[in-house]
Design a binder for this molecule. Structure first.
Ligand code: SAH
Ligand code: SF4
Ligand code: F3S
Length: 461
């Protein structure tokens, strides 16, 4: 059916959810709904949810809870809970949000239209948490425009769904189902369409991209990267997430050899303690992790490294935590994402003994972030004096000191604006310019390092 009206989508969670929201937007578009950034104008509101930590889950409930009042004065408004919390809660979602119309699980997206039709024709409450082998092939294309940013030159493309690793703290295997890979043909076709619409950079997404295609007996992840490397118009390829237990030497060579694959690896370590890694069911030791990082640095000396860390996992002692602190000192990551362990009732660790109290988790998290701040700055400072290739993403929101100075020095150049882009190593770079376009790749000589960004001038300008 075709309808008229406005759709508002609120996305919580990981990059995969951002991609999924674009797919949901494309479906809504094909049903006649137009995008709005104004929640009050919306005829359908979708919250694409995340249940990785308690806080993310609460955010979804509190966002959707707000519509109880609004629905009283606007009864035709359709409210939708989509994604990971929807998959986890199913029918139970209505007990906390009685005014909800649709609960759309992670694998029910291809049936979103049917759910809307059902609600429009008077059905109260639709729940769809049924399994589907592969959802993306059945969903509309997202290359026309990005729902969220029409000029976006960097886009996510999910290449595999679900996860089979069952880390003991994690809900993903329960809310996203078993691991399954998209066909290489559908991925290459989607990226080619994106390239034709002006996209310059893609980030390939999966919970464990290194095992891409293995179950299906398809081409390997490295072979997929080789294919994507040949797509005209695409200048940069990123990917996340690699699992340390499956990081192969072939992937290391691919980072080094394939010209479009960025010199950056996100390799979540989670903990520096072997006791905790074992309890997490991560499948590698601290020593193995360090060995692989060393192999990577040997082949790609300039590679930027980032990681995820959980502090306060059940039974983590001060000594275990110190092992993690020391790992940070030893590896010196460019950046980290650190989280306090959050109990998830569907994951086994919720039943583990020796839970750590919240105050201690906060303290450890702060200590870890403080230590990392030092290395993030150090890594940024090492780039001062170097020339980096930067993909221009748009105008900078925040003016850096260097910009005011440049303006003073070049008062006659009235069209000077401060632009921002990203280096291959995923660092934000600000620079002054009069004539660059979004999507250009330009060389910037780095002159200043800030805690979370760099400043420089275009070479030759
Ligand atoms: N597949 C990826 C990560 C997916 S979830 C991987 O294996 O690395 C993203 C991050 O959230 C994880 O790396 C982990 O650091 C964090 N995380 C997952 N479950 C969590 C929990 N219960 N509490 C706190 N952080 C968690
Ligand atoms: Fe979760 Fe582990 Fe799978 Fe990552 S690899 S999604 S942390 S179960
Ligand atoms: Fe969250 Fe689901 Fe992603 S739980 S982190 S949105 S896979």
């Amino acid at each position: 059916m075709k309808y008229k009206g406005y759709a508002y989508i609120y996305t919580i969670g990981c990059q995969m959810n951002v991609y999924d929201s674009e797919k949901l937007a494309a479906i809504l578009n094909s049903y006649g709904f137009e995008k709005t950034d104004d929640m009050d104008k919306a005829d359908i509101v979708v919250c694409n949810t995340c249940s990785i930590r308690h806080k993310a889950e609460e955010k979804a409930f509190s966002f959707l809870g707000r519509f109880a009042k609004i629905k009283k004065r606007k009864p035709h408004l359709i409210t939708v809970m989509a994604g990971c919390v929807a998959q986890q809660e199913g029918e139970k979602a209505f007990s906390r949000i009685p005014h909800l119309d649709i609960v759309l699980g992670t694998q029910a997206f291809s049936r979103f239209g049917q759910a809307i039709d059902a609600v429009k024709s008077g059905k109260q409450r639709v729940v769809d948490t049924k399994d589907s082998r592969m959802i993306y092939e059945a969903l509309p294309d997202i290359s026309d425009t990005s729902f969220f940013d029409e000029n976006k030159i960097s886009r996510f493309v999910t290449i595999m769904q679900g996860c089979d690793n069952y880390c003991t703290y994690c809900v993903v295997p329960y809310v996203r189902g078993r691991e399954r890979s998209r066909s290489p043909e559908s991925i290459v076709e989607e990226i080619s369409l994106l390239a034709r619409s002006g996209v310059k950079e893609v980030t390939l997404l999966g919970q464990n991209v290194n095992s891409y295609g293995q179950k299906e007996g398809q081409i390997s992840f490295v072979q997929l990267l080789t294919k994507i490397n040949k797509i005209n118009g695409i200048h940069r390829i990123r990917f996340a997430t690699s699992h340390p237990k499956d990081l192969s030497i072939n992937l290391i060579f691919a980072i080094q050899e394939l010209d479009k694959v960025c010199n950056h690896l996100h390799l979540p370590v989670q903990s520096g303690s072997n006791k905790i890694l074992k309890k997490m069911n991560r499948g590698y030791t601290r020593e193995k992790y360090i060995f692989r990082i060393k192999a990577l640095k040997r082949e790609c000396p300039d590679v930027a490294l980032s990681t995820d860390i959980i502090v306060g996992f059940p039974s983590e002692t001060r000594e275990d935590f110190n092992d993690t602190m020391n790992l940070l000192r030893e590896i010196q990551f460019d950046s980290i994402y650190a989280f306090a362990y959050s109990d998830r009732s569907s994951a086994p660790a919720a039943k583990f003994s020796e839970q750590i109290d919240e105050k201690q988790k906060r303290e450890r998290l702060n200590n870890l972030l403080e230590l990392q701040e030092h290395y993030t700055q150090k890594k940024n400072k090492e780039l001062v004096g170097k020339t980096l290739e930067v993909l221009v993403e748009g105008k900078s929101q925040k003016k850096r000191d260097g910009f005011e100075q440049t303006l003073k020095n070049l008062e006659h150049r009235k069209n000077l604006v401060q632009m921002a882009g990203r280096s291959e190593s995923n660092k934000i770079v600000h620079f002054p310019s009069e004539h660059v376009n979004i999507g250009d790749i330009i060389k910037i000589r780095i002159e200043n390092a800030y805690p979370h960004s760099l400043w420089g001038h275009p070479v030759g300008a």
